[in-house]
Design a binder for this molecule. Structure first.
Ligand SMILES: Cc1cc2nc3c(=O)[nH]c(=O)nc-3n(C[C@H](O)[C@H](O)[C@H](O)COP(=O)(O)O)c2cc1C
Length: 419
């Protein structure tokens, strides 16, 4: 069932009273726009109804991984060098032979249209504006063809394998539409236990309930956009042939092909002629196996803490993975500050994917907000390079970081693990 115009209008009835100025409630009497990702998160929380914000911000189980993803950075400190010329700095990097403006990119995220109208296009354009890649999710709310037609820049496609047949047709379409890389996501054989979403009854289309109407009334700016632009839907399947019963059934249940294994990876490798990345890897031995089975790179990820409630933070397995493969390593989950990104680069990551950070920007202020988040992070990366006196992002090494607890013990303490 989709929401009618009248029901939605009731939902925004409070708009007149509440005013539309909820986007940027001042955080200070001096400066009202968000200055960093944490402040964008607050702006997003104010604009989005709770049911949508919880979908964006929540994790699986008791949300241990969700918390670990950000807290882990407190346990890694910098070792700043001194007396180096930092007058000229460079944060650009090269990945798969292509230069990008910074070692970051926009992660694939589903249902972006529930945060902002045409959210996928807004994110793709934001990435294009700053010169970094954008990845479109299988679960996008705009079709891959429409995103390709409306946004330039380097666009990658992320594949969920609902069935081999559907995967084959998605891969063919992505190739035809000009997507340059394929990301296979491997951590959603089945959905994680997301209790916030279960409590709120989150699904697409959003379920009409007294709770949703109240949520809409108290978040009038979002509701107005929603009324004017309609209910988001699964863009890549909106025009699916109604006579294709297999596809329809799978889409209705939104279930994945849980049989997908290493042999299936080799099958996919044959289908896709450009770079193939495997996302969701959390063990160095699996990273080695991905490369042995034809992948060009891995993405260390715990899906932002949204699948296994007690997953390790990907940066915990980064150094070991770097020691075992020479292929590019991308990483995500928990990156909210330039300093977090520089820590991962120092430990051997090539590029950091940003999920929630850019979604906070998108939710607060559309394309402009997403662009601003990317620019803030680029500025923070540059500032961090100056602070630790490593003027070129490509020169970062593990020498620039250390585990916090070891340094507390002095020179002997740092060797204590061998005693
Ligand atoms: C709202 C939301 C939707 C997501 N949808 C997808 C998806 O469709 N496909 C996918 O591979 N990953 C998806 N992810 C995971 C992201 O690609 C990425 O791994 C994660 O967001 C990184 O963690 P971070 O949010 O802390 O940056 C989603 C994440 C969020 C927050």
């Amino acid at each position: 069932m989709s929401i009618s115009r009248r029901e939605a209008l009731i939902g925004v009835g409070g708009a007149v009273v509440g005013g539309l100025a909820t986007k940027f409630a001042p955080t200070s009497i001096y400066h009202s726009a968000p200055l960093n990702v944490a402040e964008y998160r607050e702006a997003a929380r104010r604009r989005l109804p709770k049911i949508v914000f919880d979908y964006l911000d929540g994790g699986a189980g008791d949300e241990l991984a969700l918390r670990r993803n950000t807290e882990i950075f407190d346990r890694i400190e910098f070792r700043p060098a001194r007396l180096k010329d930092i007058s000229k700095r460079d944060i650009s990097t090269e990945l798969f032979g292509k230069t990008q403006a910074a070692p970051i990119m926009v992660a694939p995220t589903g249902l972006n249209g529930s945060f902002w109208p045409d959210g996928d296009i807004a994110l793709a354009k934001a990435a294009e504006e700053v010169g970094v890649p954008f990845a479109l999710s299988t679960a996008s709310t705009t079709s891959m063809e429409d995103v390709a037609a409306n946004a330039g820049g380097d666009k990658w496609f992320q594949l969920y394998v609902l069935s081999r047949g559907i995967a084959e047709s998605l891969v063919e379409r992505a190739l035809k539409a000009g997507y340059t890389k394929l990301i296979l996501t491997t951590d959603v054989g089945i959905n994680g236990m997301r209790y916030r979403d279960a409590r709120n009854g989150f699904k697409i289309p959003l379920p009409i309930s007294p709770g949703l109407v109240w949520d809409g009334m108290t978040h009038p700016a979002w509701s107005l956009d929603f009324v004017l632009n309609g209910m988001p839907e699964m863009g890549n399947f909106a025009s699916a042939d109604a006579s294709n019963t297999e596809q329809q059934a799978v889409l209705m249940s939104r279930s994945m092909d849980a049989t997908f294994d290493w042999a299936a990876l080799r099958w996919l490798r044959e289908l896709w002629p450009h770079e193939l990345l495997v996302k969701g890897i959390l063990r160095a031995d699996d990273a080695v196996r991905c490369i042995d089975n034809g992948a060009d790179a891995v993405i260390l990820s715990n899906h932002g803490g949204r699948q296994l409630g007690d997953a390790p933070a990907p940066i915990q397995v980064l150094a070991e993975t770097r020691a075992r493969i020479s292929a590019p390593i991308l990483i995500d989950s928990g990156y909210r500050r330039g300093e977090d990104i520089v820590k991962a680069l120092a430990l051997g990551a090539d590029t950091v994917l940003l999920g929630k950070a850019v979604l906070y920007g998108l939710s607060a202020n559309g394309q402009a907000g997403a662009t601003d988040v990317l620019k803030i992070l680029m500025k923070e990366i540059d500032n961090t390079l100056a602070q630790i006196q490593c003027p070129n992002v490509r020169d970062l090494t593990p020498e620039y970081v250390a585990a916090v607890d070891r340094s507390l013990m002095g020179p002997q303490g740092s060797d204590s693990s061998t005693s």
